[in-house]
Ligand binder design. Structure first.
Ligand SMILES: [Zn+2]
Ligand SMILES: [Zn+2]
Ligand SMILES: [Zn+2]
Ligand SMILES: [Zn+2]
Length: 350
């Protein structure tokens, strides 16, 4: 990546004309404006100068400045293969809210989850439900993944009254009312996109990460056996697995030992070579091997593996629960349209 057109060329200058500390691409002192620290070069940058809206202040997960992203400073200037990128936390699903999501959620808070579901449900208008019952339903939908019984209760709502089955003789009236309904098509498109693209892509990403972590673990074990690292006795006995849950437990347990492991951070989790080749190129005084950070007790990427794994698992479970909700919304919309269809049919016969 090259520097954006608005960014001045790099200068290593750290002091102004009066000897004061200066920062950022603007080489001005800290004037109290909102700033963010770069994980690549340890300089500080004004949100304004970088053209990042201040509303994003809580969404920075790992920031890299334009110079580090261009490889002028930071890891890429010291031999890393890949240019670093700024990583953002997932934003609350409500358009106007810029808080990061809570774990296991698409929203920053339960209130915003309810508000989002309210706007979604307003699109499907459930007939026959009183206002209070609707409100309770929104709450249930926003929270139900925390409590399985609520999901079942939710599915029970209105089961007896509504018509599920597609009518046998589908005519032009059916097409007009049900099949070509814009809201229904929109919901069906969303659920299709989720099931065929977004969720498989997220699963593939998680799989890549798991394989990478397994590879890294083997390297740490081999380095320990070679005497380069001190992992403690039982770290060399564990068998590896790339099953989601098991990996997580393993890494939580291994947290204490991580202090004596190589960092292994790579932004893309791409395995560059076999374990033995990597181990043979490793030497304790190198900062990177094949673009991968090999610092022991690396403070810059401290516990990146657990954070990444948790983040990706959360994302997957949020997507899956969103998929379930969409399927329920589709069913409700269909039921409503079927009622409307039968009403019209009866009116014609009169
Ligand atoms: Zn600035
Ligand atoms: Zn930087
Ligand atoms: Zn929010
Ligand atoms: Zn590191």
């Amino acid at each position: 990546m090259s520097l954006p057109s608005w960014c001045p060329p790099y200068s290593s200058r750290k002091t102004g004309v009066n000897g004061e500390d200066v920062y950022c691409i603007c080489k001005n002192p800290d004037n109290g404006d909102l700033m963010v620290g770069c994980d690549g070069c340890d300089d500080w940058f004004h949100f304004k100068c970088l053209k990042i809206p201040e509303t994003y202040r809580k969404l920075v997960y790992s920031f890299h400045c334009p110079y580090c992203e261009a490889g002028i400073t930071g890891p890429a200037s010291q031999g890393a293969n890949d240019l670093p990128k700024t990583i953002w936390k997932r934003k609350c699903r409500l358009d106007y809210c810029y808080n990061p999501c809570q774990s296991n959620s698409k929203y920053c808070s339960g209130e915003h989850g309810e508000e989002y579901m309210r706007t979604m449900l307003a699109k499907v208008e459930i007939p026959g439900l009183q206002h209070d019952a609707q409100l309770q339903l929104f709450k249930d939908m926003a929270n139900y993944h925390k409590n399985d019984s609520t999901a079942e209760q939710f599915q029970q709502i209105g089961n007896e009254e509504f018509i599920h089955d597609e009518p046998k003789d589908q005519d032009s009236l059916y097409a007009e009312i049900v099949r070509d309904d814009k809201r229904l098509m929109e919901l069906q498109d969303n659920v299709k996109e989720l099931g065929e693209k977004t969720i498989p892509a997220t699963k593939a990403g998680l799989d890549t990460l798991s394989k990478y972590l397994k590879w890294l673990e083997e390297i740490n074990v081999k380095l320990a056996l070679r005497g380069d690292l001190n992992l403690g006795e039982d770290a060399t006995n564990g068998t590896s697995t790339n099953a989601r849950g098991k990996n997580k437990k393993k890494f939580n347990k291994a947290k204490a030992k991580q202090r004596n492991c190589i960092c292994g951070y790579d932004p893309d989790f791409q395995i560059p070579c076999g374990v033995d080749e990597f181990v043979s190129e490793y030497s304790p005084d190198l900062p990177h091997v094949k673009g991968i950070c090999v610092k022991v007790r690396c403070s810059k990427h401290s516990s990146w593996a657990t954070m990444q794994l948790e983040e990706q698992e959360q994302q997957l479970s949020s997507l899956e629960s969103y998929q379930t909700r969409l399927e329920l919304l589709i069913r409700m919309r269909k039921e409503q349209l079927h009622i409307h269809y039968y009403e019209q049919l009866l009116r014609r016969k009169d």
